[in-house]
Ligand binder design. Structure first.
Ligand SMILES: *Cc1c(COP(=O)(O)O)cnc(C)c1O
Length: 436
């Protein structure tokens, strides 16, 4: 048997293709590509083996050797090879100890709150979040007597002042969707650590970041002291827009708790969705991101020169106010600046209504006439996608609050794909020309 690959000095980019190479999660060592597992239940050979499987499930804390042995698979909802191998590779990608996958990004986000909060606890979150996360916390958690405080994390002092002895989770996204504002992760970590030092271990807060926008290629928050990273695998990690999924990456000590939660709430990632993410998505993430972010910079520079545009928000643009923070914390596996493939720009106009009208005209023109740009929500796709956050993804947030929190009715979000940069620019330029 070869050595575990993690003992070799190979780069993460190579490891995202080969994984553990001789993983114990799968019996068929001679397959180069892991087969799609399509069995909801597993033969157990004897009651003793069945009993051992149940004892070992979600009890890796008792016996760490569980991680290095072939698991006893019992039933898909508890674990099966495809998502288990994907989880090993996701942990590698985020430089974390353990990963647990879910049926969607929202299932993963609900799970992280699920294991960290109970009745009477409070969450402090950045005041601009992904639409469904905002709705989950605002509309559902009050039923369970879980409180929420919205704070502007761009000012870490605001966060410090809002923490109470009941705060159990501090939650944010960076770059912020859709404004692309960059929150200083190190500063948020400092605030949380300082407060935790005053608390007994069992009452400590956890810091959670949604890293979907950056992807682990551009940013690895666990290395900066964040406790939990959540992802919608549906976006940049899957990359091809074929499957939904979610994941939590964290320290090994939380692994069992997450598996138990997933077993009982049931939001498991289907093996048929884990497989394309494992075989196509994650191995190609670095090469896709390198090309997409180079194109995003070209597109951002083009947009900056257009007289109909008020502002271009891209962390890689040196005129963007958050460029210095992005430069500090967004790096690829080799340490190069990695500002990602998403950008946001706003159109000029004297009032919000005029700007909204212009954004709708531009997007509707692109929807009908552009070849390289598609009107669709989602992001991180190999196809360039455009959308109007104010009326679509962020419509659950009232317009006055949107304006205050960095979303403009004349704002347009662009997720840059793998097309030729000139073709994307041609479509944008034709559309902008129609605004005169
Ligand atoms: C899409 C998305 C989610 C939700 O993920 P689903 O896979 O659609 O459930 C959460 N956070 C961010 C930032 C997203 O873009």
């Amino acid at each position: 048997m070869k050595k575990k690959v993690s003992e070799h000095p190979y780069t993460i980019e190579t490891r995202l293709i080969h994984g553990e190479a001789y993983t114990k999660k799968w019996d068929y060592n001679h397959h180069v590509v892991p087969p799609i597992s399509s069995s909801s239940t597993f033969r157990l050979d004897s009651t003793q083996r069945g009993a051992k499987g149940f004892v070992e499930f979600a009890h890796a804390d008792r016996d760490l050797s569980v991680f290095s042995r072939a698991p006893i698979y019992i039933y898909d909802r508890l674990g099966e090879p495809n998502k288990d191998i994907l989880e090993e590779n996701l942990a590698t990608a985020e430089n974390g100890e353990a990963a647990v996958t879910f049926s969607s990004g929202m299932a993963a986000i609900a799970a992280v709150f699920g294991i960290l909060t109970g009745s009477g606890d409070e969450i402090v979150a950045h005041w601009m979040l992904y639409g469904s996360t905002y709705s989950l916390v605002k509309n559902w958690f009050p039923r369970y007597r879980i409180g929420i405080h919205w704070v502007d994390f761009l000012d870490p002092d605001c966060l410090r002042r809002r923490l109470t002895p009941r705060t159990k989770v501090v939650y944010f996204e960076s770059p912020v969707n859709p404004s692309m504002q960059v929150i200083d992760i190190e500063k948020i970590v400092e605030v949380v650590k300082a407060e935790n030092r005053k608390r007994p271990p069992k009452n400590r807060m956890s810091l959670v970041i949604d890293n979907t926008f950056a992807t682990p290629f551009c940013q690895r928050p666990l290395e900066m002291g964040v406790d939990f990273v959540v992802h919608s695998l549906t976006k940049g990690i899957c990359g091809y827009g074929t499957d939904m999924g979610g994941a939590i990456i964290t320290a090994r000590k939380h692994y069992d708790h997450l598996l138990q939660y997933r077993k009982d709430f049931g939001g498991v990632l289907a093996p048929k969705s884990a497989w394309p993410i494992l075989v196509y998505g994650l191995p190609s993430l670095p090469v896709r991101m390198k090309r997409q972010q180079a194109t995003a910079l070209e597109v951002a520079k083009f947009l900056r020169t257009d007289r109909r545009i008020e502002s271009v928000h891209y962390p890689g643009l040196d005129t963007f106010p958050y460029y210095p923070i992005a430069k500090k914390q967004m790096h690829d596996y080799e340490g190069n600046f990695a500002p990602g493939s998403l950008l946001y720009f706003t159109l000029k106009g004297k009032d919000p209504g005029t700007r909204q009208h212009k954004a709708e005209r531009l997007i509707n023109f692109l929807a009908k006439n552009a070849y390289a740009i598609t009107l669709a929500v989602s992001l991180g796709n190999v196809r360039t996608l455009v959308e109007h956050p104010s009326s679509m993804t962020h419509s659950t947030i009232p317009v006055e609050k949107q304006l205050q929190r960095g979303v403009d009715p004349g704002g347009i979000r662009l997720s840059v794909g793998l097309e030729d940069p000139d073709d994307i620019i041609t479509d944008l330029s034709t559309g902008l020309g129609r605004l005169d």
